[in-house]
Each structure stands twice: as structure tokens, then as C-alpha cells.
Design a binder for this molecule. Structure first.
Ligand code: TXA
Ligand code: MG
Length: 356
């Protein structure tokens, strides 16, 4: 199918003719990709099983991995959830619109069972990006939208990434420039007075703790356990799949001394080069000059994890563009948004981490 392409300003509103057209297409059961403040999403009418089926087939997404439902205003929440409860309402008041997804008890029949993958809960998020809000409002329905990448690939932070993966497989794309945070929303399951983090993301643990006293982190996220096969079965179905992976074999390297990490990585790169591999390293602006490799990708500043988050997925895609077969990545601090960056790095590396 030909994919329609519309370029709009990042601040374009509901009155923009392209946004109106994109909204109409969603209403008609079509798939349209659009920017959010985290990554680009691939939207479809959450109530329509045939529309949602197009998302799964375009992405090649496993059918047991449920989708996040996006709304333009809190007035739409009542369509999806009977009673969000006090804790969720407090989180909503503080973090919506924004990069926080809440897993809540679903109202029966509100969305296609394909969206929830048969679970009794539904994941809901109200994005802060003006273009996303305007498109959802123009569609006039709850919009199911996973990240707009082929399943397993890094999430898209530019319209060009979406077209690389999905051109000809979706009905349209609204290009509103770069997405904001660069990694996806934080997914939180609310149970009574407790908020349980299923996926780290744009809203940090510390920010959540300022609003809810009982915040827990799913044990599958603790990377100390990453190479422990006894870790519990993932509670968020999406967490069991390999994600964000470049085609080359990637290893994350962690250590207290930056000098030692750099020297250790350089030695592995030199060995790999000797074996005929095409080598790449994911590093920081401050360390980039220290490496010799076929591709050195500086990913933000070592002192600013938010800059690393913004650049991470584009950086992972760069290795594929250069056909890199062997990748070493410096780890990052797990403070703040760094927790989400480290989670994605480990997934991209299939949990291969070396501590030196
Ligand atoms: O930032 C984001 O959240 C982006 C933008 C486009 O909004 N969307 C996104 O969607 O990352 P996706 O499909 O790539 O990730 C959705 C995650 C998956 O890990 C999925 O398993 C989880 O949310 N999820 C969805 N519904 C769930 C549910 N009812 N219970 C537990 N986890 C759920
Ligand atoms: Mg995704």
C-alpha cells in the first residue's frame, strides 16, 4: 500500500488540514504513525479489531503483546476504565499529559480484545505532544499505538526511522520532527495504594515516589539478575521479547573506571577487527576520540543521561546502516532517566553485560 506522508510543525494543532486528514483516516480504520513526546507511535482505532490487526501485521508483532491505548483528554478515561482508583487519579493529576502509562482494570468491551491480548487490564496513556493530542482528538476515538517500528527493532525517534521500517506497510505518517524524551513511557501497574513499575521510561522512579509513597520495581528489571535464568516470568508481556536490537552482536561494558572500560573495549575491538569483523562502539561525546573502530557513535554526554536517552535509538540504528557486526557499548548510570536507558541497552544486547 502507498504510505501517505504529511509534514507538520511540532506545534501543529487540531485545525491543521493534515491533522484533520490523519484523524479521518484513523476514524476510517486505517493505520497512521505520529510523533509523541517519547517515540513515534503507530495508531489505529482501539475499538476496531480489523484496524488493530493492521498494526500487528505491519509491525510483525506477536499477538500476545498488548497495546497502549492513547487518549487526548482525561474525559476519555471513563470509556476505558470503570474505576481507576485513588492512586491512579493522583498519578494522572501529576503526570498527564506525559510519558506515564497506567495499567488499569479494563471496562468490558471498551476496546478490541486484540488490544489487551485478552488480559483484564488495559494500558492507558495521554501523550503530551501537541501533534499526538491533536490527531487523537481529530480521530474522536481511543487510539491504540505501539512504537512505530518493525517488531524487535529500535523504536523510532524520527519519521525517517518509521519509513525505514514501515514504508508501504501503513496508511500514513505525520512527520512532526524529532520525538522528545527518546525512550518510551514508564509503564506502571496500579494495585491499591501501590504503583508497580513494569517498564522504566520517561517518568523516573524518583518522580513517582514524590507522588506515591509505595512504588516498587518489577524484579525482571533489576539488571543484576539479568543473567539469572531463574528470574520471574515477565508481568508485562512485552518484556519477554528481544527488543531494540541492532543486527550486530552487542555487549554492554560496565566498570567504575572510565579509563579501564575504554582500554578493555578497545582491546576487544582490535581482536574482533583481527577476526574480520566490522566493529562499532557506542560511547559518549567525551570518550569518542579515544576509540578506533569502523564506527564510533557518540550518544550524548556522560554527565547528561537525558541527552543519551534522546540519541539512543538513532545511535542503535546507525550500526545497522553501516553493517556493523560487532558492537561494544559503554554502560550508563542508572540514576533518573538512566534507568530506562540501561534497560533498553541491556535488551538491545540480549542481556550480555561484562563488568570489569
Ligand atoms: O512511549 C510509549 O509508551 C510509546 C508511544 C508510542 O506512546 N508506545 C509504546 O508502545 O512503547 P509499545 O507497544 O511499544 O509498548 C507497550 C508496552 C509493552 O511492553 C506491553 O507489553 C505493555 O506496554 N502493556 C500493554 N498493555 C499492557 C497490560 N494490560 N498489562 C501489562 N503490560 C501492558
Ligand atoms: Mg515498542
Amino acid at each position: 500500500m502507498p504510505t501517505k506522508y504529511w509534514k507538520v510543525d511540532a506545534s501543529a494543532g487540531a485545525g491543521h488540514p493534515f491533522i484533520q486528514e490523519a484523524g479521518r483516516m484513523l476514524k476510517d480504520g486505517k493505520t497512521v504513525a505520529f510523533p509523541t513526546e517519547t517515540v513515534y507511535g503507530l495508531g489505529a482505532d482501539a475499538r476496531s479489531t480489523s484496524a488493530v490487526n493492521h498494526i500487528f501485521s505491519a509491525k510483525g508483532r506477536p499477538s500476545d503483546n498488548p497495546l497502549i491505548v492513547h487518549i487526548a483528554g482525561t474525559d476519555q478515561l471513563g470509556e476505558l476504565v470503570d474505576d481507576p482508583g485513588e492512586t491512579a487519579l493522583r498519578l494522572i493529576e501529576h503526570f498527564w499529559p506525559g510519558p506515564l502509562t497506567l495499567v488499569l482494570p479494563a471496562k468490558a468491551g471498551a476496546v478490541s480484545p486484540r488490544v489487551t491480548a485478552g488480559l483484564s487490564t488495559v494500558a492507558v496513556r495521554m501523550p503530551a505532544h501537541p501533534v499526538a493530542q491533536a490527531i487523537i482528538a481529530a480521530a474522536g476515538c481511543p487510539v491504540a499505538a505501539p512504537s512505530a517500528n518493525r517488531s524487535g527493532r529500535p523504536s523510532p525517534t524520527l519519521a525517517a526511522h518509521v519509513l525505514d521500517d514501515l514504508d508501504g506497510r501503513i496508511d500514513g505518517i505525520v512527520d512532526g520532527g524529532p520525538a522528545g524524551v527518546g525512550v518510551e513511557s514508564t509503564v506502571v501497574e496500579v494495585a491499591g495504594s501501590r504503583a508497580h513499575i513494569l517498564r522504566p521510561g520517561g517518568v523516573t522512579l524518583a518522580e513517582l515516589r514524590q507522588v506515591v509513597s509505595d512504588v516498587t520495581v518489577d524484579e525482571t528489571l533489576l539488571y543484576a539478575a539479568a543473567d539469572d535464568s531463574r528470574i520471574a516470568a515477565p508481568r508485562s508481556p512485552g518484556m519477554k521479547y528481544q527488543h531494540y536490537a541492532p543486527q550486530g552482536a552487542m555487549t554492554v561494558v560496565a566498570g567504575h573506571s572510565a579509563r579501564r572500560v575504554i582500554d578493555w573495549i578497545q582491546a576487544r575491538l582490535d581482536e574482533a577487527k583481527g577476526r574480520g569483523e566490522k566493529t562499532g562502539v557506542l560511547t559518549y561525546e567525551e570518550h569518542a576520540h579515544s576509540y578506533r573502530a569502523d564506527l564510533v557513535v557518540p550518544c550524548g554526554s556522560v554527565s547528561d543521561p537525558a541527552s543519551t536517552a534522546r540519541k539512543l535509538y538513532g545511535a542503535l540504528r546507525a550500526f545497522d546502516h553501516a553493517n556493523i557486526t560487532f558492537i561494544m557499548a559503554e554502560s550508563c548510570s542508572e540514576e533518573g532517566i538512566g534507568a530506562a536507558v540501561m534497560n533498553r541497552l541491556l535488551k538491545a544486547a540480549g542481556n550480555r553485560i561484562v563488568r570489569i
